[in-house]
Design a protein around this ligand. Structure first.
Ligand code: SIN
Length: 523
């Protein structure tokens, strides 16, 4: 019988910006990484990112402190201040790394071109290919991974964590041919992205099924902040699934939201008007849709200079559906876009299960709070993907009481519960429930209806079982959070309440526990 292959140093689950950053840094540190991806190396939500990457690169007009202030304001004061400080201070160097790996960002003369997006007080969002930032980053990282000879196993689907003697020992997976396999590792990095596919109306690719978060929930690993699904305000309202994103950068370059009467309503909603934080804009659009009995509002991008050159990807999409953004207003409505919560991670990305780490959208690192600041997500993957490797290389094995990990009860993770699937429920059925009853505006009645409907469903496939698990957790946390904050708007509790200055954490069981924010974490 063939002997068992020795455990690899670093097993990375996911091939988006966070996962590839971790794998590349591991290889450059002399560690042996293996990347498992359920699609291809070049396929991830990262590749779909349009707007850009936010970082305080221009010292004359910007600073990490200003970036920090914008991040915690957008995050509705539920960010972890130390995690945000790490993000904004290390971010610029990680972007320089990316440029050294070959990523080509747009320039204005000799300088990197920057734009503004919602919630940013200065232009600090760099971009590539106009509106193809994610695709360029994915290209640069994938090429670097290939050049470094990193082993990438494509079309492998992870089924569960292996937990042995109280630590993560790798994963059980189905290989490209569907055969059950085990991949053993000293360190396992969950960088599997978000769960936008919980919703019928989403900007996320079909691969965004919350696999890593569901796996953590099944293993009793701490997961938090999952009630904070961020809805992007301006997805093109067309029958396509997923929805076409109309980047916030359009509003940074002069586009304006208008209601069905042509009124530019954002001036009545927030001092930053069309560049208010994303949750404010999504709520304002949804409320106006309800008030005017419409499915969408309008994005007037007729004043955006050189639309086709500056936003070539969006130009192609809207032209394909017969719209000309230089003349036509574009129909827009909010769509599920980004999960601000996930696997609880300390400042180095360590989960509460030794040997298990998490970064990017799958993680709850505390940098996004209740509402992620626009274009902070790619930066998050770059910064925490590399910090994990630095910590592993320094010999760290388990979590510290830093960042979001502060205050999380000392639960021992486990036992691992196997995913349940093979039932009759199709994805569209629970997507409909979550969209109708746990969307931009929620209340107790709608959430209880959603909880009951989801409890009765049994998913057909592994990925749908993962989505269902994340959807149930999202609804349970949303029911428990009896206030409105960030992307979580309860019509029955319209105000923010200091009684909920904390995170709902899942660890043991299906009910979340409110962990108060330690005083030193408050921004
Ligand atoms: C956008 O381009 O509007 C999306 C950027 C982001 O999600 O941060």
């Amino acid at each position: 019988m063939a002997g068992r292959r020795p455990a690899t140093d670093v097993l990375v689950l996911g091939s988006g910006v966070a996962g590839l950053t971790a794998a590349i840094h591991a290889a450059r540190r002399g560690l042996t990484p293996i990347v498992l991806t359920k699609a291809e190396l070049d396929t991830s939500a990262t590749a779909w990112a349009q707007g850009g990457v936010a970082a305080a690169l221009e010292e004359d007009v910007d600073s990490p402190d200003l970036h920090l202030a914008d991040t915690v304001t957008a995050g509705a004061h539920l960010c972890d201040i130390d995690a945000v400080r790490v993000l904004v201070t290390e971010g610029p160097d990680r972007i320089r790394d990316l440029i050294a790996f070959g990523a080509r960002f747009d320039h204005l003369g000799a300088d990197l071109a920057t734009t503004r997006e919602g919630g940013h007080s200065v232009p600090r969002v760099i971009h590539a290919g106009g509106d193809a930032t994610g695709a360029e980053i994915q290209r640069a990282l994938a090429e670097t991974a290939r050049d470094l000879g990193i082993e990438v196993r494509e079309r492998w689907r992870v089924t569960d964590l292996l937990v042995e003697d109280g630590r993560a020992a790798g994963v059980a997976a189905l290989d490209a041919a569907g055969a059950p396999r085990q991949v053993r590792a000293r360190h396992t990095v969950v960088a599997t992205g978000g769960a936008g596919q919980c919703f019928a109306v989403t900007t996320n690719p079909v691969v965004s099924t919350g696999d890593g978060i569901a796996m953590a929930l099944r293993a009793g690993v701490a997961v938090a902040d999952v009630e904070f699904m961020q809805f992007h305000p301006t997805a093109l309202d067309s029958p396509s699934t997923p929805r076409v994103l109309l980047s916030e950068a359009l509003r940074g370059e002069g586009a304006v939201l208008r209601d069905d009467d042509g009124f530019a309503f954002m001036h009545d909603e927030h001092p930053l008007a069309d560049l208010a934080p994303r949750d404010v804009v999504a709520r304002a659009i949804t409320r106006r849709c309800v008030a005017q009995g419409k499915d969408h509002m309008w994005l007037d991008a007729t004043a955006v200079p050189n639309f086709a050159e500056r936003f070539p990807t969006i130009w192609r999409f809207v032209r394909a559906v017969g719209l000309d953004p230089t003349h036509d207003f574009l129909p827009v409505a909010p769509a599920a876009h980004y999960l601000s919560g996930g696997i609880v991670a300390d400042l180095d990305g360590a989960s509460n299960l030794p040997g298990l780490w998490s970064c990017g959208e799958a993680a709850c690192s505390g940098v996004h709070g209740a509402n992620r600041l626009a274009s902070n997500s790619l930066l998050d993957g770059l910064v925490f993907g590399s910090r994990i490797v630095e910590a592993v290389a320094a010999g760290k094995d388990g979590p510290d009481a830093t960042g979001v990990m502060r205050g999380v009860p000392a639960w021992a993770p486990g036992p691992v519960v196997a995913p349940e699937y093979g039932g009759p429920t199709r994805r569209e059925e629970f997507q409909r429930v979550l969209t109708a009853d746990a969307g931009v505006l929620r209340d107790r009645e709608s959430l209880e209806r959603a909880a009951a409907a989801l409890a009765a469903m049994r998913a057909e496939t592994l990925e749908d079982a993962n989505l269902l698990a994340v959807g149930r957790a999202l609804v349970a946390a949303a029911l428990a959070r009896c206030e409105s904050r960030g992307t979580h708007t309860r019509l029955d509790f319209p105000e923010r309440s200091s009684a909920f200055d904390g995170r709902f954490v899942f660890g043991h069981g299906t009910e979340p526990v409110l962990v108060p924010l330690p005083a030193e974490a408050l921004a």
